[in-house]
Design a protein around this ligand. Structure first.
Ligand code: NI
Length: 172
């Protein structure tokens, strides 16, 4: 396993649309292993492959509160098949937008279909943080970041801030 480097916005690679994988083989499982390790190390509760430069429909999630009780989920080719009308607000962040947060409305509950680590088809009904996290990661697969849900003004502020931080790091 390996720690992969997470791409931070603004970066065109984060806008790439991810492609479904044809088979959950050893190579894909290897990517999922690396993604999970990278996510835990960050630390974060969700990661999509496109954030580590691999535009494939792969997501890792773990919203369990402590690391003694890891409950990783691997979602391959996920598809949301149902969501609640009821919206919930949550202060969302992203490993690709370090230290940036914004309140965002999303459906409170979703049902998602996907292939798991063993290539088995699964259906999962999620609410709360898990639902939030899955929807956020699935946006990444479409080349969308949480800031794309905000007004152009708010988005611009956050992205300019990140650009500035990056420039400071490069010149330091
Ligand atoms: Ni994210």
């Amino acid at each position: 396993m390996a720690i992969l480097s997470i791409i931070t916005a603004p970066d065109r690679r984060l806008k790439v649309k991810s492609q479904p994988v044809e088979a959950v083989d050893e190579k894909i499982r290897g990517i999922l292993d690396d993604m999970l390790e990278t996510m835990y190390q960050a630390p974060g509760i969700g990661l999509s492959a496109v954030q580590v430069g691999i535009p494939k429909c792969l997501i890792t999630v773990d919203v369990s509160p402590d690391d003694e009780d890891n409950a990783p989920l691997y979602l391959v080719n996920p598809k949301i098949v149902a969501f609640s009308d009821e919206m919930e607000s949550y202060n969302e962040g992203c490993l690709s937008l370090p230290d940036q947060f914004a309140d965002l409305d999303r459906p409170g509950e979703v049902t998602v279909e996907y292939l798991d680590y063993d290539a088995q088809p699964q259906q999962l009904r999620a609410d709360g943080l898990l639902s939030r996290c899955i929807q956020h990661e699935m946006d990444h697969l479409k080349g969308r970041l949480f800031v794309d849900h905000l007004s152009a003004v708010k988005r611009g502020m956050i992205l300019r801030k990140l650009e500035k931080i990056r420039r400071q790091k490069v010149s330091a």
